[in-house]
Design a protein around this ligand. Structure first.
Ligand SMILES: [Mg+2]
Length: 357
């Protein structure tokens, strides 16, 4: 009854951004990603995507393409469930895995005539809200960008800060004081030392900030723990938490208060589900984030955000808001300002997907 995989192919896609995206780690002007197309013997087709994020997962477009080509022959001819199981035994990068995983999970859903949203057990289809990123820039520009975002109806701001700690403190103070209506999420993307993190935490403790994300290097869990202990504001682990094992370690050792889950770090939808189930059981507050990604992988993350809205307090999926053209449509969703809602809840993504190819 399960259909077998007939072909797996990849293309490289590029979507221009409205303005360059700048964090402590990189500056980019386009979203570039590998799109994988998986076709079954019965004609069912699904897609997956993985962007180049060398600084985070160590993978670029070439290595993602190479990884998929390397494992393809072993997957072809298997039914989708077996392919999904085998995929996660391969030693390839987490983004390449995520691209294949989301296509396979979507096919599993389609075989049971469900959308990914339905397949993941979504109960509540009311809109969810994403934050929007304020890129690292001069203090005045960041304040202006934050003000504009707020005026345009985006009230949850993900503020990207860099190595310069006095700049970081100044930006935070000014945004918090001058824009009291903003809900602020601070992201240092590993840019700070332990000393600077403690300096920052002390300087901003009494400001209205909801969380501070990944102040120190991913591998420095000891410092992360010290900062979490010192800070009244919750500390969120992002680059330090790739897999379920990482999340368990961080939780059991109280290294951070919250976890940022991303498909590209954990290896796809099925792995994100394992982490979310664990978080639900342990009552761990999560953010569902993404890299700068294409419309199909973002849509897969949207499905998770709806299905696990009890666990995911923060949705950081603003990539589509940064695309230059709004015609780079999402699959099965519509995004208006910061509101995300399912657009075709009754239709299978696998059937609607070829329009994006
Ligand atoms: Mg982050």
């Amino acid at each position: 009854m399960y259909t077998k995989l007939k072909s797996i192919s990849t293309t490289i896609q590029k979507i221009p951004l409205k303005t360059p995206f700048i964090t402590a780690l990189r500056r980019v002007e386009n979203v570039e990603f590998v799109r994988v197309e998986v076709v079954c013997e019965n004609g069912l087709t699904a897609f997956g995507e993985a962007p180049a994020t060398k600084a985070i997962t160590g993978e670029d477009l070439e290595s993602i393409t190479r990884s998929i080509a390397k494992v393809k022959e072993e997957l072809l001819g298997l039914d989708v469930r077996d392919a999904l199981f085998l995929l996660h035994t391969f030693k390839i990068g987490s983004s390449a895995k995520a691209a294949l995983d989301m296509a396979f999970v979507t096919l599993n859903a389609a075989q049971s005539k469900q959308t990914l949203l339905q397949y993941l057990g979504t109960q509540d289809y009311s809109p969810i809200q994403t934050d929007i990123t304020i890129s690292l820039n001069t203090v005045d520009t960041m304040l202006k960008d934050a003000d504009e975002a707020l005026q345009n109806g985006y009230d949850i701001l993900k503020v990207k800060l860099g190595e310069d700690i006095s700049h970081a403190i100044e930006v935070t103070k000014r945004v918090a004081k001058e824009l009291p209506k903003a809900r602020l999420l601070i992201d240092a993307n590993q840019a700070w030392s332990l000393e600077n993190s403690l300096l920052y935490v002390a300087a901003v403790q009494d400001l209205k900030i909801e969380l501070i994300e990944q102040p120190v290097a991913a591998e420095d869990l000891q410092s992360l723990k010290i900062i979490s202990k010192a800070s009244k504001i919750p500390i969120l682990a992002d680059e330090a938490a790739f897999t379920l094992e990482d999340v368990k370690y961080i939780y059991e050792n109280s290294c951070a208060d919250m976890i940022n889950i991303k498909l590209m770090k954990c290896g796809g939808v099925s792995k994100a589900v394992e982490i979310l189930e664990y978080a639900r059981e342990k009552n761990i507050t999560c953010m569902l984030g993404s890299m700068l990604e294409g419309p199909i992988s973002i849509s897969a993350a949207f499905s998770l955000a709806f299905a696990y809205r009890d666990v995911i307090k923060y949705v950081d999926l603003d990539s589509p808001l940064l695309y230059k053209s709004s015609s780079s449509s999402l699959c099965g969703f519509a995004i208006k300002r910061n509101q995300i809602k399912p657009s075709v809840p009754a239709k299978s993504e696998a059937e609607s997907m070829p329009t994006f190819a």
